[in-house]
Design a protein around this ligand. Structure first.
Ligand code: IMP
Ligand code: MG
Length: 183
């Protein structure tokens, strides 16, 4: 890919081929587990989950509804654990099987908040599908029902994940050199 000025090229951590193979497996599991569902709502968390959600759900051959949340944490750090819903879903949740689709579970605060909200609204079931699991970084426990890859506690970009809003369109998961990340 052509690089914008001052934008470093990340090293490949998970290749496009490995992502595609894992997505085939995850989609097959989801299809099997929800075969008897009467109403399946798949909800992505904007913006990071978009690339993953689209590629995954194109492989799931059954009727389903797609919607999105957008969240942001108060202040600059998610560590405080207070998460704000900036965009809510448009559809009613009560009685539906909800599959929440996330790019990465890091501290777990974002997901915990959303999972609680979905249960409060009366979902019949709530499960979580996350492409990446940064297990070591977890501060609150959130069970991942469908996990793509467990990765080390380092900052990754690509396939929806950004650094300062760049890199989302990389077709693979990459790691930036420490020197290219400003804290
Ligand atoms: P949480 O800490 O589990 O609440 O994660 C919140 C959000 O931080 C995730 O949904 C991602 O959007 C973002 N995030 C966490 N780790 C990374 C990373 O390594 N690269 C890019 N974004 C990340
Ligand atoms: Mg996210």
């Amino acid at each position: 890919m052509r690089q914008a000025k001052g934008i470093a090229k990340p090293k490949v951590m998970i290749s496009e081929k490995a992502l595609n193979e894992r997505l085939d497996q995850l989609a097959a599991e989801i299809e099997r587990d929800y075969a008897d569902s009467e109403r399946l709502i798949c909800i992505g968390v904007l913006k990071g989950s978009v690339f993953f959600l689209v590629d995954l759900l194109k492989r799931v051959r059954m009727p389903l509804v797609v919607d999105f949340f957008q969240t942001s944490s108060y202040g600059t750090s998610t560590k405080r654990g207070e998460v704000r819903i900036r965009k809510d879903v448009d559809v009613a949740i009560a009685g539906a099987d909800v599959l929440l689709i996330e790019d990465i579970v890091d501290t777990g605060y974002t997901l915990r908040t959303i999972l609680e909200l979905l249960r409060f609204r009366g979902a019949k079931s709530v499960r979580l599908c996350a492409l990446l699991d940064k297990a070591e970084a977890r501060e609150v426990d959130v069970p991942i029902d469908y996990a793509g890859f467990t990765i080390e506690n380092q900052f990754v970009v690509g396939y929806g994940l950004d650094y300062a809003e760049y890199y989302r369109n990389l077709p693979y998961i990459g790691v930036l050199d420490e020197a290219d990340i400003e804290d």
